[in-house]
Design a protein around this ligand. Structure first.
Ligand code: GAP
Length: 545
């Protein structure tokens, strides 16, 4: 991470706390790593992100129109499933056996690291070689590796050129023997244990049974609730393939090293679609969803420079996937040139529906076959229910293929926050330049849509401002403020990204007009007080520019 990028992220984190977007969970007890609470403004922002997704993908989807680029018309519907599901779900989905990360422990510092997140650099001094490890990347990682190497070899900063470095920062996964590894927080070599598997699912116990009989898991993804309800949706609605089922809600992963603010949390929200289509049409639907979802982020304000669509290499694909692309964002906490995942769009074939019918599948060459236990029976048996689909026009029965656009609500919210953060200079009340921080949210995402101020707290201005506030309130989230200088009130609204401020002044009492101020352009204009609802609604909907 560069120094300037770090400063920006520090400023964003501090604004989030100061203005009530995000708090550390259980902060008064010292916090709990990997858990975050959304404050009064954060909850509005995240709700707006989720509502935009639900509206754009589900309720306002018009199945009578061929959407731009869609191979055919399609239907969309929703679900809201439980967090705790039958344990067999996770056995058949593969999560029970395969949903793990590798961790390494340090015998000296007693710290635990994710194997693939530790990087390091080989260095030699007077014939002794060491792999100096760090958890940082980019220039920060290089600087830390150098400082640690100097300390390890007992050298001073001025002796830095005596160190013989061999190659760039590389992942610890490239090192086979840990005897010469200096762990990220260790003082001696060889203190890291060999990598061990760590299942990321949170275990819990259902009912009074505390043994394995009552064991269950908090869902690590919302997707499985959709697959196991596939037949219920078909039987209770008249949807026909191709169609999608959407679900948003909490997921839980016991991440080994939660970090980067809310980016990698242990409790987070997902917004997932499972789109069921004919196997032959699936490559076209995969392309459609990949592009559709990428456009969605652009439409809501992420800049094309910081957003990328990246196709996975063959060796990156999950065990079930025959094609995956990630939508990634250049978060300011990442080293320059690095991107973090916002959403994955995966072509999952028929893996999930078949697993829940037949039992956990494994790949054998190009085939997916049911994994057998030592007794020759399925190791994790499926439900035995028929989850195939019968097309009553073509008279064909098939197991639909699935395209899965899987997004993180918290990561999207964080990306919109980072993108929105802006600094500029504006004239103060005396015309002198003043530093301004503002959040340039897309109007649909802004937590508060408008603020109403009386210029001063007398002469009937508060009464008129309160009336406007009450007229606006049923339509959108509006804030009323009469405390302090009006310049300070504007600054406070800029800082939380309120697109419009309405001010009642002396002239308002004479002619019934008020001023509206635009957050981004700082332009102000007058209109009649009773026109405020139509004006703000029109502007929020993009109908007035
Ligand atoms: N059903 C597929 C699935 O869950 P994933 O890539 O593991 O795929 C999908 O997760 C999205 O969920 C990610 O792109 C990310 O936005 C979000 N996500 C995953 N793990 C997360 C975590 N620990 N903290 C915050 N968001 C996370």
């Amino acid at each position: 991470m560069t120094e300037s990028a770090k400063v920006d992220m520090d400023k964003i984190v501090s604004l989030c706390k100061r203005r009530g977007f995000l708090f550390q969970s259980s902060e008064i007890y010292g916090g709990l790593n990997g858990f975050w609470d959304y404050g009064p403004l954060g909850v509005e922002l995240k709700r707006n992100v989720k509502e935009a997704w639900w509206r754009d993908m589900v309720t306002s989807h018009d199945e009578l129109a061929v959407a731009a680029g869609a191979p055919t018309t399609y239907e969309m519907t929703g679900l809201d499933c439980t967090i705790i599901m039958h344990p067999q779900v996770w056995k058949c989905s593969g999560h029970y056996d395969l949903f793990h990360d590798f961790m390494v422990d340090c015998r000296e510092s007693k710290k635990r690291y994710r194997h693939d997140q530790v990087r390091g650099r080989w260095v030699e001094f007077r014939g002794q070689k060491a792999f100096v490890a760090t958890q940082l990347g980019g220039d920060e990682g290089l600087a830390e590796a150098e400082a640690r190497a100097l300390k390890f070899f007992g050298l001073r900063a001025k002796d830095a050129e005596k160190l013989a470095w061999d190659g760039p920062l590389v992942s610890l996964t490239k090192v086979s023997d840990f005897a010469q590894v200096l762990g990220p927080d260790a003082k001696t070599l060889g203190t890291l244990t060999a990598p061990r598997e760590f299942n990321l699912m949170f275990k819990t116990y259902v009912g009074a049974l505390s043994g394995e009989e009552g064991a269950a898991f908090l869902r690590p993804e919302t997707a499985q609730g959709i697959f196991v309800n596939f037949k219920n949706v078909l039987d209770s609605t008249r949807v026909k393939v191709p169609f999608g089922i959407a679900q948003m809600g909490k997921s839980f992963r016991n991440e080994i090293t939660p970090r980067n603010f809310t980016f990698r949390s242990r409790e987070f929200e997902q917004m997932e679609i499972e789109f069921f289509c004919h196997p032959q049409a699936s490559p076209d639907w995969y392309k459609y969803w990949r592009d559709r979802r990428y456009r969605w982020y652009l439409e809501l304000g992420l800049s094309g420079d910081r957003l990328q669509l990246r196709d996975h290499e063959q060796d990156e694909l999950s065990h079930y996937s025959c094609g995956t692309a990630d939508i990634e964002y250049a978060f300011p906490f990442l080293p320059p040139g690095e991107f973090g995942e916002l959403e994955g769009i995966a072509h999952r074939g028929d893996f999930d529906l078949r697993s829940h019918m037949e039992g956990k599948l494994v790949r054998q060459g190009n085939e997916l076959v049911v994994e057998l236990g030592e007794d020759g029976k399925p190791r994790h048996p499926g439900s035995g229910r028929d989850l195939s689909y019968f097309d009553d026009i073509t008279r064909e029965r098939f197991t639909p293929h699935v395209i899965e656009p899987s997004a993180g609500a918290d990561r999207a919210t964080l990306a919109f926050l980072c993108e929105a953060y802006q600094e500029d200079q504006v004239p103060d009340e005396k015309g002198n330049p003043r530093e301004r921080v503002f959040l340039k949210f897309h109007p649909r995402l802004a937590p508060v849509k408008a603020a109403v101020f009386p210029l001063v707290k007398k002469d009937g201005m508060p009464e008129m401002a309160e009336k406007i506030y009450r007229e606006l309130k049923p339509h959108f989230n509006v804030f009323y403020d009469e405390k302090g200088a009006v310049g300070r009130r504007y600054a406070r609204q800029d800082e939380v990204g309120t697109p419009y401020c309405i001010t009642v002044d002396g002239q308002s009492l004479q002619d019934g007009t008020v001023t509206i101020r635009d957050r981004d352009s700082l332009k102000q204009w007058r209109l009649r007080a009773e026109e405020c609802v139509a004006e703000i609604s029109g502007r929020l909907a993009g109908k007035i520019q």
